[in-house]
Write a protein that binds this ligand. Structure first.
Ligand SMILES: [Zn+2]
Length: 124
């Protein structure tokens, strides 16, 4: 949850996936909320200080709401910069290796690799 008036991001530990290291998942969630804030300000809506609630499903790759997609894209580009991803992939073209190197989930790096055209298959 993003609380613009307080300039605060609140995480709900109960919504954290059990199969992902907590810090890794929290980094993505925090980056997602920062993405909401940055996009919010870029669109000239900084004066609107309504809280923004995001559920775990909003941070999924297949989310259909544009505002959630843009926050996910922001988080992906912040945590997995294209140059770093390409360099890591060139050095060791294995999802687990690049995932560990950038400290993101295999699913997140799988989507990033797919979107950068470095792999042909969508992650499962
Ligand atoms: Zn969101």
């Amino acid at each position: 949850m993003l609380l613009p008036a307080e300039r605060t991001i609140v995480l709900n530990l109960a919504e954290s996936p059990r199969n992902d290291p907590p810090l890794r998942r929290h980094r993505f969630t925090i980056a997602h909320e920062i993405g909401h804030w940055v996009c919010h300000c870029l669109e000239g809506r900084a004066a609107i200080l309504e809280p923004n609630y995001c559920r775990a499903t909003d941070i999924a790759n297949d989310v259909d709401r544009a505002i959630e997609r843009e926050a996910n894209i922001f988080a992906s580009e912040l945590l997995m910069p294209e140059e770093a991803v390409r360099a890591a992939w060139e050095e060791t073209p294995e999802v687990e290796s690049v995932s560990a190197r950038l400290d993101v989930s295999p699913l997140a790096i799988g989507w990033r690799l797919f979107n950068l055209g470095l792999v042909e298959e969508r992650p499962a």
